[in-house]
Ligand binder design. Structure first.
Ligand SMILES: NC(=O)c1ccc[n+]([C@@H]2O[C@H](COP(=O)([O-])OP(=O)(O)OC[C@H]3O[C@@H](n4cnc5c(N)ncnc54)[C@H](O)[C@@H]3O)[C@@H](O)[C@H]2O)c1
Length: 312
């Protein structure tokens, strides 16, 4: 297949590019390198450095003869979206619309849209959220992701576009920077490398810190491969397991064989207490299951980091 992959020079998108190339697909990456790095884009992919909201990106989408748009490019910072909701919407809503309109003209068949389960459901105090759970966006970032999903449904209903939404939980793994939603793994590994004890943020009622669902990046990449041929729909991509920030820190320490200490600090405004997703639908319809548990994923991530430091 001929795939236009946006955000392919970023953390998750670069793993998806590798997975698509590994299956023999032709991959063109569109990325403005605002947070991505050209060296993340695998050698076998073409890299077009451009803004998804630009006329150039629309032209490429309309004339490139692509079968699939896999859309990872985004403004990913929740705090930034609160500071500047219009800038968030320009990329996450207008950028997507730019590509969908051009894709409609260019005969695009399928869109894989990357949304965020950690954002769209809001607080999940009880059982893991499945896709039927009503959305409760609590930030402009969450609103823009949900808006993207809704536009996708419109294009599917009116123009026959095959629309798949993957709602990732908190993704971690090699090439992650400390800035994303699950950047805490990269923050903890940086802390160990620098020998500086990290702070664990917590609410009074969450003494071990917030609970999150950590899913390994290679598993997310595999979900995208399956999404190339799966029935349209919305799918959570997650483990269904809750890990507190303190337990994550202890697991990172084990992976790095470190005995570095830590401190505690107050949760920041807007930090969700608990977010855990049910991925049973992805298991039954996509045939997807996470293959790495947290210990295995953290060990691979730490090994990648060590190899990078050693200049391998
Ligand atoms: N990291 C997570 O835990 C997580 C969880 C849920 C959803 N997501 C989603 O996954 C996707 C990838 O996130 P990531 O963590 O790999 O972040 P990332 O910042 O590493 O990747 C985003 C990429 O998009 C590019 N980009 C940003 N704005 C652009 C624009 N206007 N035009 C072209 N390219 C642009 C960046 O340069 C970067 O390479 C995003 O859509 C994000 O919302 C991430």
């Amino acid at each position: 297949m001929k795939i236009l992959l946006t955000g392919g020079a970023g953390f998750i998108g670069s793993h998806v590019a590798e997975a698509f190339l590994g299956q023999g697909h032709a991959v063109t990456i569109v990325d403005d390198l605002s947070s991505g790095r050209p060296e993340n884009a695998p050698a076998g992919a073409e890299l077009a450095v451009m803004d998804i909201a630009s006329p150039q990106a629309a032209e490429l989408m309309a004339s490139g003869g692509f079968d699939v748009l896999c859309h990872h490019a985004a403004q990913i910072s929740v705090p930034f979206s609160v500071e500047d909701p219009q800038a968030d919407a320009r990329v996450n809503i207008l950028g997507l619309l730019n590509l969908l309109e051009a894709g409609r003209r260019g005969g695009l068949r399928r869109v894989i849209f990357i949304s965020s389960g950690g954002a769209v459901y809001g607080e999940i105090p009880d059982a893991p959220a499945d896709e039927q759970r009503p959305a409760l966006p609590l930030s402009p970032y969450a609103v823009s992701k949900l808006c993207g999903e809704t536009y996708l449904a419109y294009y599917a209903a009116n123009f026959g576009l095959e629309a798949l939404t993957l709602r990732y939980a908190n993704v971690y793994g090699p090439r992650q920077t400390p800035h994303g939603e699950a950047g805490v793994v990269a923050i903890f590994m940086n802390a160990i490398a620098a020998g500086r004890p990290p702070a664990i943020y917590r609410h009074p009622e969450t003494p071990r810190g917030m609970e999150r669902d950590y899913v390994y990046v290679a598993d997310c990449a595999q979900a995208n491969v399956l999404a190339l041929s799966a029935p349209p729909g919305v799918y959570n991509i997650a483990t269904g397991l809750a890990t507190t920030t303190l337990d994550l820190w202890l697991a990172v320490r084990r992976a790095a064989q470190s005995d570095l200490g830590h401190s505690f600090g107050p949760a920041r405004a807007g930090d969700l207490r608990r977010s855990v997703l049910d991925a049973a639908k992805a298991a039954s319809i996509l045939g997807w299951r996470p293959e790495r548990d947290l210990a295995a994923g953290l060990a691979e991530t730490w090994a990648w980091r060590r190899a990078l430091e050693a200049g391998a």
